[in-house]
Design a protein around this ligand. Sequence first.
Ligand code: F6P
Ligand code: MG
Length: 443
Amino acid sequence: MNSDTDSFAFTSARSRWPVILTGIVDDLSRTTLESDGEKAEEGKALIEKVGALKYEVEHDRTLVPLEDDGLYDVALYNSEFERQGPMSWGNAPWLYSECYLYRKLYGYLQTTAHWKDYDFFARQKLDAFKSSEVAVAELAIRYKTLSGQLHGSVSKEQLHLLFREFIDISLWGNATDLSLLTNLSLDQLQSLQGEKARKESEKNILVNDVDKAWDAIFSVEGGRVDLILDNAGFEFYTDVLFALFLLDSGLADTVVLHPKAMPWFVSDVLPVDLPVLINALGSSSVFTMAREEIDFLREQLVKYNEEGKIIVRSSGFWTTSLAFWEIRENGLGGGHEVWQDLKESKLAILKGDLNYRKLTYDAAWPRTTPFTTAIGPLATNQVKLFSLRTCKADVVVGLTEGKEEELEKAWVDITSAKGKPETGKGWAWSGKWAVMPFSSGKN
Ligand code: F6P
Ligand code: MG
């Protein structure tokens, strides 16, 4: 709940959302200035609406049902709204109110003629990706070297090691999401993304089922792997790299990428972010280093995409407020269709923090709760899933007895040593620890 003073939900609703909304107003202002005629007029109206929404959030106003903008999910949001009962911004379930916030913003765009597909986070996403240049180059070089080796004979053990490495890269790619880390300097961003930082972070993986995920992949020849994406830019680049590795090595025949269908939680991937990524990689003014290696990687990506081996498939389910417990036979809001789809996959990999919150119902589980309990019906619904999540919110499950206390103490020590002591609970949303739980779907 946003009213829980000990939670990150509390800080999010009061400090982060107003900053995010201000960022949207700035972006809209820039685009409005570059526009004329009806589009500029609509831009001004949008700026006013977002400004008014920010005022409501900051003054803890009551939430009202979504206006009908003609899209299929309004009824779903509003029936969930009824179910929750009266809510204000400062006193609402965090998951529902945060999804509602982004959905409301998308609704504003739907009332216009010229802004329907506008992404107010596109500039930010691209700028952050550009500032990842060093890590982008480092990984492109690594990928090209490995591709050469993959064409020779590679043992199962070597493939297993590489699998672990690419998973690791994709996991820590999630540490750089823009909704949290907007103030990072270039140096800080690069030090988060480099190989050395990843190696040092290995001890911070609190739940590590990577070998179970490996078994799920290796036990079926070829087949399909699904990536339920999270953030655009550098994280998406690491996910694409992982997809290329799966296809190059024959560990999968196809990889299905699942982006969001509307601007979501600032930095999430939209379908258009694949061409945006391909263009950015192709531009020698954006990425000046390791050109040969980046071109090589880009060509592989374009080729697999054209051959239908990398497929992009978007579902409105990912932007409802519903927990992933709905990914089941009688699931609501598109959950049934997603269930039917993912059952065909040999592994569904869910990236990031929000996906983990939705897997676990964003509930206040005791931290020693088994993951397969916290994901409810998903644990028995035939979908093999693997979550790659750096911890950036309150919910964390699957810890061993005593671990939580140890982490709380560690976080007090770390923050005190920096002269800014924080509550021990902050470890869970610092982004410094991670979990990688697996479920076979057959518990
Ligand atoms: O914790 C802050 C937050 O914005 C959460 O609201 C959300 O779960 C998360 O960050 C987004 O992170 P990710 O991009 O990893 O899902
Ligand atoms: Mg995200």
